[in-house]
Design a protein around this ligand. Structure first.
Ligand SMILES: Nc1ncnc2c1ncn2[C@@H]1O[C@H](COP(=O)(O)OP(=O)(O)O)[C@@H](O)[C@H]1O
Ligand SMILES: [Mg+2]
Length: 215
């Protein structure tokens, strides 16, 4: 993808960390990749197609079928139960995973009837992960997914993101945007950004296991 000074590419199946300080353009990159924003110039090639040329309808389909999004502050709906927050996906994608099945995967089945304000921050983030994973997206985009969590809870969240990356025989791509350089230690690829530009894009030859990092 390239827009302005931000040119980079990643391979299918990678666990990617985009690292940079606040204001570097990380969220902008993620929103462009997710089809939530359009670049003023440049192109964004995903799976061989330039999504920057898509019509609004095409972008809606692209987001619905291919993209999972995880935000720093969860963005789950306060008036829906945990289960209902995940079942929303049934209205969006053709072949959603079973919502209860996914809640079991993230360890939240016992809370399925609770509302978000009855859960901890880490639990709420796991609901948002369950919602994203229920779509079984080929591209999971995570904007500071551990930014509001303590390190122990953050580790649980990263484990779930890694698991999604390894699903589908490793074909899923996960991109995490963060200012926390520790997260880069577990990535297959690290892209450093600053002032709206990509400074480096490197394969991590020996990614650490999540447990090996001193959080
Ligand atoms: N490549 C770029 N070209 C032009 N403006 C950019 C670019 N990347 C980011 N910006 C602008 O820089 C500001 C900060 O970007 P943002 O994505 O919110 O940063 P971050 O998430 O890293 O804190 C925003 O106003 C955004 O529109
Ligand atoms: Mg941001």
């Amino acid at each position: 993808m390239h827009f302005g000074g931000a040119t980079f590419s990643v391979n299918e199946g990678e666990f990617v960390v985009i690292l940079g300080p606040s204001g570097a353009g990380k969220s902008t990159i993620l929103n462009l990749l997710g089809g939530m924003d359009k670049p003023s110039s440049g192109e964004i090639i995903v799976g061989g197609e330039d999504i920057s040329k898509y019509t609004d309808n095409q972008l809606t389909n692209y987001r619905a079928e291919n993209i999972g999004f995880i935000f720093q502050f969860y963005n789950i709906l306060p008036t829906l139960t945990v289960l209902e927050n995940v079942q929303i996906v049934n209205d969006i994608v053709k072949k959603p995973k079973d919502a209860r099945e996914v809640l079991k995967e993230v360890g939240l089945l016992k809370h399925e009837s609770k509302f978000p304000n009855q859960l901890s921050g880490g639990e709420q983030q796991r609901v948002s992960i369950a919602r994203a994973i229920a779509k079984d997206p080929i591209l999971l985009l995570c904007d500071e997914p551990t930014g509001a969590l303590d390190s122990k809870t953050g580790v649980e969240v990263l484990k779930l993101l890694k698991k999604q990356c390894d699903a589908n025989e490793g074909a899923n791509t996960v991109i995490i945007v963060t200012h926390n350089s520790l997260i880069a230690e577990i990535a297959d690829r690290v892209i450093r950004v600053k002032n709206g530009k990509v400074e480096s894009n490197e394969i991590n030859k020996s990614p650490k296991k999540i447990e090996e990092v001193e959080w």
